[in-house]
Design a protein around this ligand. Structure first.
Ligand code: RNT
Ligand code: ZN
Length: 418
């Protein structure tokens, strides 16, 4: 796109926004600071690099068989590096425990150590990325239907040990990068059919969590992720939203809101202001559910813009951590990353551009027609000119220009992976 055209459109947009009391330059400075935690698992359909059998399952499933998935640590890093050339801003990389640098060694989940992630830390530092982390309790011979909530002591302790080690690794990462590493804990524990022991499994999970969180760390932060149900675990989820919301509020842990983990008509945006009052911070897994927790690529839709607006309106950008979580194996995987990251940034840009002062005045005065009218008009203010300028300033592809870059990368790199 012509630089001149982008600049011209930006100048006009700037004036238009000024008229409704929004300083676009301030907005751009804020957008530049919003880091998105990029989930590593879109690049290889949640496979990881263990030399153990990854059995899949655990309530989640990547669907599709588009060629070119990353087969090893170097390919994954190469892919992420490519993605980073197509998005503006400084971001984070969210690793799962199964993505350790294990070489040819068989390292079971209860044996992982910071050393297995040292090469990630070094690489991330070189690339200017900060790392986040996740314990992995799915896709393992000991996963079954119950991990941390398993009445079988040996299995439960195996997963407690894994999760404790994951926290220690997160602490090492946080220390290394001089910025807290956020560790997400999600387990699939549940039941396909009716269970008559709902209370018992939740009680066990609470005890396991207490044990896991007994050690205080300075350089990592815990978050706990609830879910409505998993595939083949439809009737009961031990770690439901009520469970983790209660646990998080009581123990001051942050709750992870995955936008695919609720009833489809439930507003995730509305949860922000409630959670912020009772839990220290919030972690987001921005995804796109289609009929269920299908983990489709995040796009710019009302769900995401509403969510971004609620965070900005609550002035909570410092307390809400934004991560992505989807895995679509049916389209170009790098393209899927870029679409999702850019869509999330666009949502926050729109939120930051909201003429909030005027809207709040209207509301305070009971001028509800005026409030609704301005909300409607704000939707079609020239935010896209600001977005293009953001891309230009960041020296990355403007608009649809990134399509050809992805096509080229596919031709040169991913299509050759057989
Ligand atoms: C599963 C959860 C969880 C996973 C990742 C791989 O439904 O959303 O966050 O997607 O941990
Ligand atoms: Zn998630």
């Amino acid at each position: 796109m012509k630089t001149e055209l982008v600049q011209k459109a930006y100048e006009i947009a700037k004036e238009r926004y000024q008229a409704v009391g929004v300083n676009v330059d301030d907005v751009l400075a804020k957008l530049q600071q919003i880091a998105i935690s990029i989930h590593c698992w879109q690049s290889d359909d949640v496979t990881g690099f263990e030399k153990l059998d990854n059995l899949g399952g655990g309530g989640i499933q990547a669907t599709g068989n588009y060629p070119g998935k990353a087969r090893n640590i170097n390919e994954l890093r190469q892919d992420i590096e490519k993605v980073l050339t197509l998005v503006g801003g400084k971001h984070r990389l969210n690793l799962h425990a199964i993505y350790g640098d294990f070489g040819d060694k068989v390292v079971d989940r209860n044996e992982i150590e910071p050393a297995h992630f040292q090469s990630w830390m070094d690489w991330a530092k070189e690339k200017g990325l900060k790392l986040d982390f996740n314990s992995t309790s799915f896709g393992h011979p000991k996963s079954g239907d119950l991990t941390l909530a398993n009445p079988d002591k040996a299995i439960r302790e195996f997963w407690i040990e894994h999760t404790k080690r994951s926290r220690a690794i997160s602490e090492a990462m946080g220390k290394f990068q001089n910025d807290p590493c956020i560790m997400n804990l999600w387990i699939h524990d549940g039941s396909k059919d009716l269970t008559v022991n709902r209370y018992k499994y939740r009680q066990i999970l609470e005890q396991s969590l207490d044990d896991i969180f007994a050690t205080d760390y300075k350089n990592m932060k815990d978050c706990i992720e609830a879910k409505l149900f998993g595939i083949a675990l439809e009737s009961y989820t031990v770690g439901s939203y009520d469970f983790y919301l209660g646990y998080g509020a009581k123990k001051q842990k942050m709750v992870t809101l995955d936008t695919g983990h609720f009833h489809l008509s439930e507003s995730i945006a509305d949860k922000i202001s409630a959670l912020l009052l009772f839990t220290p911070e919030i972690m987001l897994h921005v995804s796109r559910p289609i009929r269920w927790d299908s983990d489709h690529v995040t796009i710019l839709n009302d769900d995401i813009t509403d969510l971004a607006k609620e965070i900005v309106r609550a002035e909570a950008l410092q307390r809400v951590h934004i991560g992505l979580d989807y895995f679509d194996a049916s389209i170009n995987r790098m393209g899927a990353y870029v679409i999702g990251i850019r869509a999330t940034q666009k949502a926050f840009l729109q939120a930051l551009l909201e003429p909030i002062a005027t809207l709040r005045n209207y509301e305070a005065n009971g001028q509800y027609f005026e409030r609704l009218a301005l909300l409607e008009e704000a939707k079609s203010l020239p935010w896209n000119a600001v977005w293009d300028y953001f891309c230009l300033k960041n020296n990355i592809a403007v608009g649809e220009e990134y399509i050809t870059e992805i096509q080229q990368y596919e031709k040169d790199v991913t299509a050759k992976r057989k």
